[in-house]
Design a protein around this ligand. Sequence first.
Ligand SMILES: Nc1ncnc2c1ncn2[C@@H]1O[C@H](COP(=O)(O)OP(=O)(O)OP(=O)(O)O)[C@@H](O)[C@H]1O
Ligand SMILES: [Mg+2]
Length: 290
Amino acid sequence: MAINFQKVNFAYYAPKKNQQANFVLKDIDLNIEERDEFIAIVGHTGSGKSTLVQLMNALLFATNGKVNILGTLISKKSNIKLKPIRKKVGLVFQFPEYQLFEETVIKDIIFGPKNFGMTSQEALTRAKEVAKMVGLDEDILEKSPFAISGGQMRKVAISGILASNPDILILDEPTVGLDPFGKKELLSLLKKINEEEHKTIIIITHDMEVVSDVARRVIVMDDARIVYDGDKKELFTREDILMEHNLDYPELMKLMIEIKEKLNIDIDIHQYSIKDAYSELYRVLGESHE
Ligand SMILES: Nc1ncnc2c1ncn2[C@@H]1O[C@H](COP(=O)(O)OP(=O)(O)OP(=O)(O)O)[C@@H](O)[C@H]1O
Ligand SMILES: [Mg+2]
């Protein structure tokens, strides 16, 4: 297992005398493979999603319990080298402006790969490649990262992490602030990285369309705990879980449910693309509704 959590609790502050710790992660057990997973983490605001992923790349440390990342048991002890772990598990923060700090966009993108050992020339070549991949215009590269739009900042932060070529890629609400085209472009890029390079991708999102489009496994958090961890399709059969934790069906599934009920036909409502939904409807209705 690449990422393994056993009975992990986490509090941001040590408790005051005679007070209980305010755990924002409770009893977290988790196993994530190094390759081929595409996981969406969903759940209420404040449920602990961003905190959880910061433990996955050793930015935060468990208050108790065990966190093992790529074979290293993580702790604050100084003999544990955290840099290789942060190279292998790349994290794009929820608020990209926290991740940017250099004078120009290009310097920001090459910071990570240089820090992890690439030469300046290699880093520059790689940075230009990834900037193009995420759809950043070349004329932005020499601007200050603080003089560009929120969506562009996000793309710069994503480029910086991609340029370091991590084994596992974690993105905290990466589609927020992107226009529809930018969102589609980013999701296709992530799918490509997952399918062709077999990298595990973990994405935090509130958007069930994103879950529907890219994820295979879903982790649902509520009030500091993981309340569901499993197959996406299975989750969408569990109306009880969706209701209890205020999650919605993706729009296409809502439409399929409506059609199934109104026409009283036996269709598989679990469709995640218009093409597949059309095929399923055609399979059942095609002949009779010519
Ligand atoms: N730096 C911090 N210091 C103290 N408490 C924090 C800090 N960051 C988050 N918290 C608290 O930890 C809990 C979990 O926050 P977290 O940011 O992990 O939630 P989240 O699920 O990512 O929420 P959102 O969907 O709004 O991004 C919240 O109660 C929050 O107030
Ligand atoms: Mg968050």
